[in-house]
Design a protein around this ligand. Structure first.
Ligand code: ARG
Length: 457
């Protein structure tokens, strides 16, 4: 690269800062595929002799095989994976190796490799998320009839089915998968042929190369194609949301696994012991997942910050977008996979959840709804139910245990009669919430079937 124009070598410290082989080795398989497609197209267009293209493709296959066998060492003096592959190719096939870079620049080359990597990883992440959703749905199937307090402000609010609670996460994951597919769809254009920034003078066939690499088409503007990494931002952003959702799930599992809640027993294979307290079984996995969200959010902010001040078109700053992208997708993948194993082995404490429904007056809304259904304005019904709750709390008893006479006295409402007692039952309260998106048994069963159908692939 420095031959010709430069007299001296790059200073060692500058070389170290400049080199990307420490991380861009992930691009090697994509770089080889991209180069093979490029060489074949050059031959079809008569830009390269067919024999050269054949030698190049065979040589590239050998480079790849050496890499897979762990025999290829990437030299940081050569800066990046692209120069390393080309150097090794030329060592193997000689002069023809030097023709590969005709009608191409590392700028359109790296943009292509990165897009191919990103598209592949969104597929992996979507598949992993599907596995996590399936684990949640399987638990939901087992817990259609498990009632649990639903919370707002982390205060017991209204009873729900555990299945309904778990299916809330399935919805989040569903949208996460859509977002990844959507980001991948926009990334799916081939930049090859954009050259350094102003395309090329050679009569290339960009469409042919795009097709060979599985792209949906070609990018429309050469300066944009080499100068932007918004596809990386979009994918990191989708990863950040995946992590935000996983972090909430992790937080709930940490809470629920505590002795204070006691709602879940996490599988031992996913828990850690304490080096000093022999009795401890710590939920390290959901804690780490919760924390790793911070690192993926950081990746997203790094990407946006790197891009925001860049004049068109390519700048070396763009090399720095690689690591945050790798980190975001690889961290998300590892967390999704681990959470899947954790959830599949989790045992929910059904009895403990049921007993939690007895305290906290979770049926107060039933009282208000019952009165409102009988014609009492809801605001007044709400106040009456509040007065009944207050009386029950003073006595230290359940709403139902107060009895009709005392409830009527506390609320000062003639509409309170024996029919109220019938609604003071958690299972009934849940099943009365029989609207689309609600926790009634039939709705939850339908939601599970619906989720299973969507997750069939
Ligand atoms: N390793 C470089 C990157 O990731 C490849 C492109 C280098 N282009 C250049 N003009 N120096 O961006």
């Amino acid at each position: 690269m420095r031959q010709g124009r430069f007299e001296s070598k790059l200073a060692p410290d500058a070389a170290e800062l400049n080199a990307s082989v420490g991380f861009d080795h992930r691009l090697l398989p994509y770089d080889i595929e991209g180069s093979k497609a490029h060489a074949r197209m050059l031959a079809t267009r008569g830009i390269l002799p067919v024999s050269d293209a054949e030698a190049i493709c065979a040589g590239l296959d050998q480079v790849r095989a050496e890499w897979e066998r762990g025999e290829l060492e990437l030299d940081p003096q050569l800066e990046d994976v692209h120069m390393n592959v080309e150097r090794r190719l030329t060592e193997i096939i000689g002069e023809a190796g030097g023709r590969l870079h005709t009608a191409r620049s590392r700028n359109d080359q790296v943009a292509t490799d990165l897009r191919l990597y990103a598209i592949d990883q969104t597929k992996n992440l979507r598949a992993a998320l599907r596995g996590l959703a399936l684990a949640l749905v399987a638990q939901a199937r087992n817990h259609v009839d498990t009632l649990v307090p639903g919370y707002t402000h982390l205060q017991r609010a209204q009873p729900v089915r555990l299945a309904h609670h778990l299916l809330a996460y399935v919805e989040m994951i569903d949208r996460d998968r859509e977002r990844l597919a959507d980001a991948a769809r926009r990334a799916n254009r081939s930049p090859l042929g954009s050259g350094a920034l102003a395309a090329t003078t050679f009569p290339i066939d960009r469409e042919e190369v795009a097709r060979a690499l599985g792209f949906q088409g070609v990018t429309r503007n050469s300066m944009d194609a080499v100068g932007d990494r918004d596809f990386a931002v979009e994918i990191a952003s989708a990863c950040a949301l995946v992590m935000a959702h996983l972090s909430r799930l992790g937080e709930e599992l940490v809470l629920w696994a505590s002795q204070e809640f006691g709602f879940v027993r996490l599988p031992e294979a996913y828990c850690s012991g304490s080096s000093i307290m022999p009795q401890k079984v710590n939920p390290d996995v959901p804690e780490l997942v919760r924390a790793k969200s911070g690192r993926v959010f950081g990746d997203l902010v790094a990407l946006l910050t790197i891009i925001k001040g860049l004049p068109l078109a390519y700048n070396k700053d763009l090399q720095e977008t690689q690591e945050p992208l790798y980190d975001a997708v690889e961290t998300a993948l590892a967390c999704v996979r681990t959470m899947t194993g954790l959830l599949a082995g989790a045992r929910f404490e059904v009895e403990r959840m049921r007993r939690a429904l007895d305290e906290g007056h979770l049926l107060a809304t039933e009282v208000a709804d019952h009165l409102a259904a009988r014609g009492v304005p809801f605001r007044q019904a709400h106040a009456a139910a509040g007065a009944i709750v207050r009386r029950a709390s003073e006595r230290g008893v359940d709403l139902a245990a107060l009895g009709i006479e005392e409830m009527r006295a506390a609320a000062g409402l003639a509409e309170i009669d024996a029919s109220l007692l019938a609604v003071l039952d958690a299972a009934r309260a849940v099943d009365r919430r029989d609207v689309p998106g609600g926790p009634a048994r039939a709705r939850v069963l339908a939601a599970i079937a619906d989720a299973e159908a969507r997750l069939k692939e």
